[in-house]
Design a protein around this ligand. Sequence first.
Ligand code: FNR
Length: 382
Amino acid sequence: PPLHTLLNLDEIEAAARTQVSRKCWAYYFSAADDLYSKTYNNTVYRNILLRPRVFVDCTVARTATTLLGHRVGTPLYVSPAAMARLAHPDGEAGIARGIARFGAMQLVSHNASMTPEQIVADAAPGQVFGWQLYVQNTRAKSEAMLARIGKLREHFKCVVLTLDAPVPSKREHDEKAALEAQLIIEASRSQEERDKEKSGGRPGSDSGVGQQLFWGTAADLTWETTLPWLAKHTDLPIVLKGIQTHEDAYLAAQYARKHPGSVKAVILSNHGGRSLDTAPPAVHTLLEIRKYCPEVFDTIEVWVDGGIKRGTDVVKALCLGAKAVGVGRAALWGLGAGGWKGVERTFEILQGEIETCMKLLGAKDISELGPRFINSRMVERD
Ligand code: FNR
């Protein structure tokens, strides 16, 4: 269908599903175990109610803000997600092109399907990117990548260290698609060939995309060892992704206070429900931080992602203290639905919904959003 006839993110996802390969769909759609966290991410925002005020002149709604001191047109950003080219040859560069008009930030996955240089090659002036790191067992590989990103500092403004996936999880949609594909090619290959492919424990082509990408990722990261190592190899601000409790948010803020110029933000995330099933959605962690250690919001920026489907979801997260809100699958589905133009359409829809929500809420500027616009009792009770 023509992109302009797609009116919401569910319609974009449905359109993408008809156009991408089975393998791509299974990898993007998949989440851990029974998909409880993924499903809850998608539904939690509807149990938070808005408190609209009247008699406010809201002919315009301004969404420009700063992230880590850099000007962006919107608090909406693209979360790091692997393998955009599975969906469309435009890939991660297409995501960059699609969001340029909105001045949105893009976080590029460690497992991107294009090089960092290719992704930023046609970036708009002032377009802001971050690079996401999965620390590798062979630290020298990570150090080389950090050096490479350091050379692209005109574009890459932070290093995002993902912490919520130290070991691979069980993503059955992804695994099943690989096993089914394997049945088709199995007959044509000898046992010897199959054994060779798996030498050294590396997952073979009968494993899902997630398992294959994970190979080589370190599971031994700690507060004491990893952050000092990282500081030695980059002077870009560090964003810790995958924080899921107020305790860890507090530790991040404490670290930031002790080591100025290191950790500048955390991303509350359960990895789109793809890592530990029944881990909490970001909203729960936001509410915990508000309750137990609100000073975190004054020390570091708090970004959130997971399950964003509507502009109202974004506005609610901002009201509860988030400085930025990320979308993972939505950008990939946009790409699948229509290449860079599909990503543009996805952002057009979400950005339009954010502005409409702000106007109907009685907020002229993003800086006015706060807890006074929110009733979160239904979620706090659960
Ligand atoms: C991801 N995510 C992710 N995160 C990360 O830090 N590094 C990565 O390489 C990936 N790869 C990845 C691939 C795919 C296909 C998806 C869907 C997700 C997680 C991502 O950054 C983000 O946390 C979630 O996608 C947010 O949830 P939604 O917006 O997809 O619901």
